[in-house]
Design a protein around this ligand. Structure first.
Ligand SMILES: Cc1cc2nc3c(=O)[nH]c(=O)nc-3n(C[C@H](O)[C@H](O)[C@H](O)COP(=O)(O)OP(=O)(O)OC[C@H]3O[C@@H](n4cnc5c(N)ncnc54)[C@H](O)[C@@H]3O)c2cc1C
Length: 288
């Protein structure tokens, strides 16, 4: 699968901490904020979960002198949820203690983990007020989850959702997902606690920008968030318009599942990768 690394490079800030730190400095110099994610998910052994915790601790300590506030995105399955809930909670507590005045949030993974991720966030938030939660607009349940998170003063990151989910629990059409996204975004912008609106979808962004202007929402009360390597022109435009723009910046050696999710988001990407792999495997090149 190393063959896919050239595609991964667009979406990740490097395979190791030192390379990632250089990418963050570059983003910060340009005025962006960053949410760091160490790639890796679904570990099956305690040693792997402990290693993931140590990697986060190294990252957090390396960024202690960061010139702008940092955010850390964490997956419960990387911290050992599949092995033992107590282990996952203990690892998260250590990481959250280290974050100090920075913020952190739990990514939302596939639907088998939705409830346990939200439970973990609700459980830890009273002790770690800087912990936020990602939610997915494609899930029917998210309206109720957002109400509960707002009630508990938890910062929410709203995204569409990146996993394949069945029609029994999730909207399937883009129109329905967008409609739900907008209704959730409007609620979060009015009633949420430092929410993050995480999309590159210009249809949504136009409607959200109009809502912000109409309702006179304070630009410092929320964040726009986009993925490293995606919609870079949009990121610059929103930053130049005075909004807080946070870039979700993943790095690490376990880049494959994340890259596959990003590639699957665009049909053009999949065709491009398949053609390229085919040409590379069979030596079909125009330039010889
Ligand atoms: C900050 C952030 C955090 C996220 N966290 C989570 C999470 O915790 N859980 C989760 O399930 N999902 C997460 N996601 C992913 C999200 O759910 C979507 O899968 C992803 O953002 C694409 O949706 P979109 O709203 O940008 O709309 P889309 O309709 O998919 O994309 C809109 C436009 O953006 C561009 N674009 C989008 N994706 C790509 C790509 N991969 N390559 C090139 N161009 C692209 C294209 O121009 C496309 O037309 C996160 C996304 C962001 C931005």
């Amino acid at each position: 699968m190393r063959l896919l690394y050239p595609f991964a490079k667009r979406y990740i800030a490097g395979e190791d901490l030192q390379t990632a730190l250089k990418s963050i400095q570059k983003l910060q110099r340009a005025g962006f904020l960053a949410s760091m994610d160490i790639l890796g998910e679904n570990v099956t052994q305690k040693e792997q979960a402990d290693a993931a915790r140590e990697e986060y601790l190294d990252l957090i300590h390396s960024l202690e002198k960061s010139p702008s506030p940092m955010d850390f995105s964490i997956k419960v399955t990387a911290m050992g949820l599949d092995i033992d809930k107590g282990l996952c909670r203990k690892n998260l507590e250590e990481v959250l203690t280290a974050t100090g005045s920075n913020s952190a949030r739990l990514d939302m993974e596939g639907s088998p983990y939705t409830q346990s991720t939200i439970d973990m966030c609700l459980e830890l938030h009273p002790k770690f007020n800087n912990l936020g939660q990602a939610v997915q607009a494609y899930l029917f349940r998210t309206q109720a989850d957002v109400d509960q998170l707002i009630e508990n003063k938890i910062s929410v990151r709203l995204c569409k959702g990146a996993y394949k989910e069945p029609a029994s629990i999730a909207y399937q059409s883009m129109d329905d997902i967008r409609e739900n996204f907008l209704s959730l975004a409007f609620k979060l912008l009015k009633e949420g606690h430092r929410p993050a609106i995480a999309t590159h979808d210009e249809y949504l962004l136009e409607k959200i920008l109009a809502f912000i202007a109409q309702e006179k929402i304070d630009p410092d009360s929320f964040y726009f968030e986009m993925l490293y390597g995606v919609g870079r022109d949009l990121q610059r435009t929103l930053l130049a318009r005075g909004f807080q723009m946070r870039v979700y910046t993943p790095f690490g050696s376990a880049w494959l599942p994340y890259t596959l999710r990003r590639l699957a988001e665009r049909k053009e990407n999949v065709m491009f990768v398949l053609k390229s792999l085919f040409r590379e495997t069979f030596g079909i090149r125009k330039v010889k």
